[in-house]
Ligand binder design. Structure first.
Ligand code: SF4
Ligand code: SF4
Ligand code: SF4
Length: 444
């Protein structure tokens, strides 16, 4: 493996965290911690805390631990001990320096990827415990600046990219116009009531990857789908508030998304290729709102594309020739079990599929997830260095012939792109949508 020397900033200084710390008093710290421990967390926290026997069986599951010389501080149980464990032990009487350290652990040393749960004999969910630490940090106002900025944007615009209403609709028109050069009758139907499908995407898509909306339109058109996209807030299905610890705002984001779909009386929501957005709509945000399952059926792009391709609803002219490997995003693999469908889809689209090891629900996280990539430039070197094990996995797949990585998740793209560049892996990254668009029979 080609290793580059990284100068990791050992002492990361984050302006958002420091500004929040400056406002804190010992009383405020204690009362917020007590509130979360006693009124929000309750029995689940106590059960986990009392059950952990510090056996270390979860350690090897964590890419931070394995990549960083097996530092016990970075094992899942080590992270619990350094954060919520101390808060419980000291009943909230902890210092500002402790809160700084806890914020660093929760926001930059755990992706909430939930792989360690699979290896714990008691099913202790360290991701959940780190979420509680983030919740405390949010209530204390101690959140990394870049992440808080995306959360603020969701509070103002219900999208994470500060995109106002006009810009969003203009982007849809722009992509429709582009697509019409290729398929003159194509439309991106905005606010079409009674459609079968409500298509939602994440905020960065119109901002940085607008061509994905164009490609999706071509795929919907080729499949003869009855679909629409909302013209008003609720179009962004992502949720950085879920990661910052702002549960109240997370709930408002999810409500806006479901209400936009309900207003248009659609039959189902199809979401673009994003893992965390799916988790927020399918698992966390809906439950915060009181729905056991989403109030409108929700389908991730992998499942939707699987149906189109594997059931012959769109025609594949010629399979993708370059050998590919598949990255299983934690949120749709471990979180939803879509790994077999992702494989069937990959095999239906591509001539050669090389497996990374480990894979499926045991796959290694990209280290962007859980909002770590959204903590921005101050944390980038640390994030990349703490995932050399993923780089090794990619190098191994490359040695077996893989040239392209398919990652059906925006965050994974961001994380893998940084790993590929930093470690010199030299592989291409694609979404399933890119491949389908390339190999399908296009509408005329
Ligand atoms: S949830 Fe993922 S990143 Fe966090 S401790 Fe467990 S394995 Fe590590
Ligand atoms: S495997 Fe479970 S019990 Fe063992 S250290 Fe990890 S969290 Fe604790
Ligand atoms: S970004 Fe992708 S791999 Fe990383 S935690 Fe999210 S879903 Fe998992």
């Amino acid at each position: 493996m080609t290793q580059q020397t990284v100068k990791v900033k050992k002492n990361i200084v984050d302006e958002g965290i420091e500004a929040g710390l400056a406002r804190l008093t010992p009383e405020r710290i204690e009362s917020v911690i007590q509130r979360v421990l006693n009124r929000e967390a309750g029995a689940r926290l106590k059960t986990y805390a009392r059950t952990c026997v510090h056996c270390g069986l979860c350690s090897d599951a964590c890419h931070h631990f394995v990549s960083m010389n097996r530092d016990p501080k970075l094992s899942p149980a080590g992270k619990v001990k350094r954060t919520i464990g101390v808060m419980m032990q000291k009943k909230g009487k902890v210092s500002k320096d402790f809160i700084r350290e806890a914020a660093m652990v929760a926001y930059s040393e755990c992706n909430l990827c939930k792989k360690c749960v699979l290896y714990c004999p008691f099913g202790i969910d360290v991701g959940y415990l780190m979420t509680l630490v983030r919740r405390i940090c949010h209530l204390l106002g101690v959140v990394p600046r870049y992440m808080q900025d995306t959360a603020h944007s969701q509070s103002v615009h219900f999208n994470q990219m500060w995109i106002n209403g006009d810009e969003w609709v203009d982007t849809l028109f722009w992509q429709e116009e582009e697509a019409r050069d290729e398929a003159p009758d194509i439309r991106i139907p905005v606010d079409k009531e009674g459609s079968d499908i409500f298509y939602s995407v994440i905020g960065p898509e119109p901002k940085f990857r607008a061509q994905l909306i164009y490609q999706a339109a071509m795929i919907f058109e080729a499949a003869g789908s009855d679909w629409t996209m909302p013209g008003s807030p609720g179009w962004d299905n992502s949720d950085l508030c879920m990661f910052s610890g702002d549960n109240e705002m997370m709930g408002r984001n999810k409500r806006a998304h479901f209400e936009a779909a309900a207003k248009l009386r659609v039959k189902k929501i199809v979401m673009g290729e994003c893992g965390h957005a799916f988790r927020s709509v399918y698992d966390v945000g809906n439950r915060w709102l009181g729905f056991k399952m989403p109030p409108i059926p929700v389908i991730h792009a992998v499942e939707f594309y699987h149906d189109l391709v594997c059931n012959g609803k769109i025609r594949i002219l010629k399979k993708f020739a370059q050998p590919i490997t598949l990255h299983d995003p934690c949120n749709i693999a471990r979180g939803m079990g879509l790994y077999e469908k992702a494989r069937e889809l990959a095999h239906a689209l591509c001539e050669t599929v090389v497996e990374m090891t480990p894979n499926r629900e045991h796959n290694i996280c990209c280290n962007a997830g859980g909002g770590i990539i959204n903590c921005g430039p101050p944390f980038k070197d640390k994030r990349v260095e703490a995932n050399s094990v993923k780089a090794k996995q990619l190098f191994d797949a490359k040695a077996m012939g893989a040239e392209v990585v398919i990652a059906p998740c925006h965050n994974c793209h961001g994380g893998l792109e940084d790993i590929i560049h930093h470690y010199g892996v030299e592989m291409e990254l694609k979404f399933f949508g890119d491949i389908i668009y390339e190999v399908m029979e296009k509408p005329e």
